[in-house]
Design a protein around this ligand. Structure first.
Ligand code: FAD
Ligand code: FES
Length: 202
């Protein structure tokens, strides 16, 4: 346990009253509004937030699949909770200690390509992968964005920054906006349409 806040939370007894501020910022879009197969991509510590997203998609009866990746089986925390939503889960680890050996972009690339190939046989048909939601390390988000852009599939990324205030006052959490300027991750995000942000600098 490194941080004071996490230690305090871990030591709070069951039933303790906590003072919380939220919800803040923008979440992933309403899964009922999207079309086609929803692919959730979680990398490392980006897997636990995907458990809530998976439950939301399942409650909305959205056709969805999850791709979860971590360095080793030990770092797959939250994968069981994602699977509990009932959606199929593809697991990858860097060392092959759980699931397929590889990184999350490999199965995502296959899904996007096969989807595009299947759609190619049906003129006018859209790629069956309708939307991708991603949370994880920023190089992973950048790689996921690149694949989705190439496939023409809408992509939403959950971006992380160290946050001072959480409600737009301190400007400590900015991410470059595509086309110039900056966006506040706490208020404008943390979830952004991937094309709105420049990724890779964190
Ligand atoms: C409650 C909570 C909320 C969070 N909220 C957010 C959030 O809003 N946004 C956010 O981004 N993160 C969020 N995170 C995760 C964030 O805290 C971590 O910093 C981040 O996920 C890094 O994890 P890691 O170091 O374990 O990743 P790593 O172990 O370095 O990587 C995990 C996996 O990502 C994939 N990967 C890594 N690098 C690449 C690459 N270059 N190309 C392709 N694939 C790659 C691989 O499959 C790898 O196995 C949250 C975590 C928690 C617990
Ligand atoms: S955390 Fe203060 S502006 Fe975002």
């Amino acid at each position: 346990m490194v941080g004071r806040g996490t230690r305090a939370l871990s030591q709070a007894p069951v039933g303790a009253e906590l003072d919380l501020l939220g919800p803040l910022g923008r979440s992933f879009p309403d899964p009922r509004a999207g079309r086609g197969l929803l692919v959730l991509v979680g990398g490392g510590l980006g897997i636990p937030p995907m458990a809530a997203a998976a439950r939301w998609a399942a409650q909305a009866r959205r056709d969805a699949v999850a791709i979860l990746g971590a360095r080793t089986a030990r770092y797959l925390a939250g994968a069981r909770e994602v699977a509990a939503s009932g959606m199929p889960v593809v697991t990858v680890t860097d060392d092959g200690s759980a699931g397929q050996q590889g990184i999350v972009t490999e199965p995502l690339d296959r899904m996007l390509r096969h989807g595009a190939a299947a759609a190619a046989g049906r003129p006018g048909a859209a790629n069956p992968v309708g939307e991708v939601w991603a949370c994880g390390p920023e190089p992973m988000l950048a790689a996921v964005k690149e694949l989705c852009t190439a496939a023409g599939v809408p992509c939403f990324v959950s971006v992380e920054r160290f946050m001072g205030c959480g409600f737009g006052a301190c400007l400590g959490c900015t991410v470059p906006r595509a086309g110039g300027g900056y966006l506040k991750v706490c208020q404008d995000g943390p979830v952004f349409p991937a094309e709105e942000v420049v990724l890779g600098g964190f």
